[in-house]
Design a protein around this ligand. Structure first.
Ligand code: SF4
Ligand code: SF4
Length: 563
């Protein structure tokens, strides 16, 4: 193998690799703005200047191929001076507005100005003025004065999102970006440019000016918007989610996520229509002052009125593996019903060859593996709905799904039930019909696992505190326990929802039937799953880790994700 020396360390490399690629792979940071590992090389920011022995001038590491015997110095005096000059040049026209810029705290220009700037400016002339607050599309705002013309956004759009929607116009210090005439920057992945823009030129219209980045906590989680299961960070201030950003996972979503996931997959957590306490329908009205104990004992007495073949259970591809597993066990051991299934939410018209999947739920594979399917001749979903219509099924337990919203026929059928018990995060058409409602915690308020369409199991973690989480031992399995203590104090006055993980509510109901289900955390349930379901054999939360792990039996369905 050929060898290149970078900062006195020798590294093997493959033919065709550039200096910055070899350095990045080996943990050596070469400052850069316009280079991105997934985009073509443009070489226009000049920030990655390095000194190469026997070469007369500094070279840019992003487009210079590594050669056998080459000796590279990233931090020689000559390379440092070169980068200082690049910084001085970039800062000539850049506004000094960090205190009011949304990017402050996560801006590469700001960071490099500290690390590689001279600390003073020789420029005393008037700075160039350019348009501010330009709406490029529904989600992205452009501030032309802050743009350093790195072209990352243009290349992302053309090469990853496959939508040529804008370009550079003008030259020299007047250069700026514009959408093509009659076009908007509105592709389904447009907000990724906000992440890769190295400065505050592109901002997220949904998030801008809502919070300073250092005032938020970030929690590693999974987007629930489709069966891709993009890895995300959930950003929270005062117990309220303010934004989602993609988290790098080469096997799932690479560096990206779609706009739908980013914009729509957290607002329901903060919404006013959250179910905030258990409810029982009395004289046609939902009464919310009943409390957990009354709702649970009402559920127990209600279920006892029916024979097992009059009861059906509908699990959920939105709920975690642990919720579905305990529901299946409850159906088997407490209700003795074989009528158990869930429904997939498929939209074949909304899928692409980048990330977006037709299955609009995060865990349909996990729900199936956890045991949510008809047992020994039991009724499947369609048969359950038929059974309700024909009044053979009289009691239905539904978790974390809105069956009544699927069709008018289903909605009409559900009113035939003698008893309808619903676990839900937010009000919906099914809760309107329910006799008993339990408030379920959302994906952002609990520990657990999802299995994506590839058969990859991934962890979610609580980012937002509920009243129950505040008290429960489940908080102890938070991966960010240290930080959590700090956040908790700050959340003292923030709104906390009176919701519980669905598995915890099922556990309380089961034990009111004199069962001895004995789990304190979702991890306890998962350990039982790993001992009883072969696909999960030998797994635990630690092994699943931050990036998930492929279930053994599903290796073959993994497919390349990005073109
Ligand atoms: S807007 Fe940002 S990503 Fe686009 S060219 Fe300017 S600095 Fe680069
Ligand atoms: S592709 Fe799916 S999982 Fe990924 S961000 Fe979009 S909705 Fe969420």
């Amino acid at each position: 193998m050929p060898i290149v020396t970078i900062n006195d360390q020798k590294f093997e490399f493959d033919s065709g690799e550039t200096i910055i690629q070899v350095a990045e792979r080996n943990g050596i940071d070469i400052p850069h703005y316009c280079w991105h590992p997934r985009l073509s090389v443009s070489g226009n920011c000049r920030m990655c200047l390095v000194e190469v022995e026997k070469m007369p001038k500094l070279v840019i590491a992003c487009s210079t191929l590594a050669m056998d015997g080459m000796v590279v110095h990233v931090n020689s005096l000559k390379a440092i001076a070169g980068r200082e000059h690049v910084m001085e040049f970039l800062l000539i026209n850049h506004p000094l507005d960090c205190p009011i810029c949304d990017e402050a705290g996560e801006c590469k220009l700001q960071d490099y100005a500290y690390a590689h700037g001279t600390g003073e400016s020789r420029f005393i002339e008037q700075k160039n003025q350019k348009p501010k607050r330009v709406k490029l599309g529904p989600y992205v705002m452009f501030d032309a004065e802050r743009c350093i013309a790195c072209s990352l956004c243009i290349r992302f759009s053309a090469e990853i999102a496959k939508e040529d929607q804008f370009t550079f116009v003008q030259r020299g210090d007047r250069v700026t970006i514009e959408t093509f005439p009659g076009k908007e920057f509105d592709n389904p992945y447009s907000l990724n440019v906000v992440d890769i823009c190295p400065v505050g030129a592109l901002t997220n219209r949904d998030f801008r000016f809502k919070a300073r980045v250092w005032d938020m906590s970030d929690t590693k989680s999974i987007c629930p918007g489709c069966s891709r299961g993009c890895n995300i960070d959930i950003w929270v201030r005062n117990n309220e989610i303010l934004r989602l950003t993609p988290r790098f996972n080469e096997a799932v979503n690479d560096y990206w996520m779609c706009d739908h996931g980013r914009i729509n997959c957290f607002k329901f957590v903060n919404a006013d229509d959250r179910i905030d306490s258990p409810m029982i329908k009395k004289a046609g009205t939902h009464v919310s002052s009943v409390g957990w104990d009354e709702a649970i004992s009402k559920t127990v007495s209600t279920i006892k009125r029916f024979k097992s073949d009059e009861i059906a259970v509908i699990g959920s591809p939105f709920a975690i593996v642990e919720d579905n597993y305990l529901l299946a066990k409850f159906a088997r051991q407490v209700l003795h019903t074989k009528n158990i299934d869930f429904i997939k939410h498929i939209n074949p018209a909304d899928q692409d060859d980048i990330l977006i999947r037709e299955d609009k739920t995060p865990n349909s594979l996990g729900a199936k593996l956890a045991g949510i399917s008809p047992r020994n001749g039991g009724l499947n979903f369609e048969q359950i709905m038929e059974g309700i219509k024909g009044k053979k099924i009289r009691c239905l337990i539904l978790i974390e799904d809105d069956v009544a919203a699927i069709s008018q026929d289903f909605l009409d059928s559900l009113s035939n039930l003698d008893s309808f018990i619903v676990f839900a995060t937010n009000n919906n058409k099914s809760t309107e019909l329910a006799d008993i409602i339990f408030p379920s915690a959302t994906y952002a308020e609990k520990n657990g696992t999802f299995v994506n369409f590839q058969g990859r199991i991934q962890r979610i973690r609580p980012a937002v505190m509920t009243i129950d989480l505040d008290r429960s031992l489940d908080a102890m399995s938070l991966s960010r326990l240290d930080k959590f203590g700090t956040e908790f104090d700050r959340w003292g006055k923030a709104r906390k929802i009176n919701a519980r993980s669905t598995w915890r509510i099922i556990l309380q109901i089961a034990n009111s039937f004199s069962m001895k289900f004995n789990y304190e955390t979702s991890e306890d349930i998962f350990l039982e799953i790993s001992q009883t379901i072969k696909e999960f054999d030998g797994l635990d939360y630690e092994l699943i880790g931050e990036l998930g792990i492929q279930l053994k039996s599903y290796q073959l369905v993994e497919e390349p994700i990005l073109v």
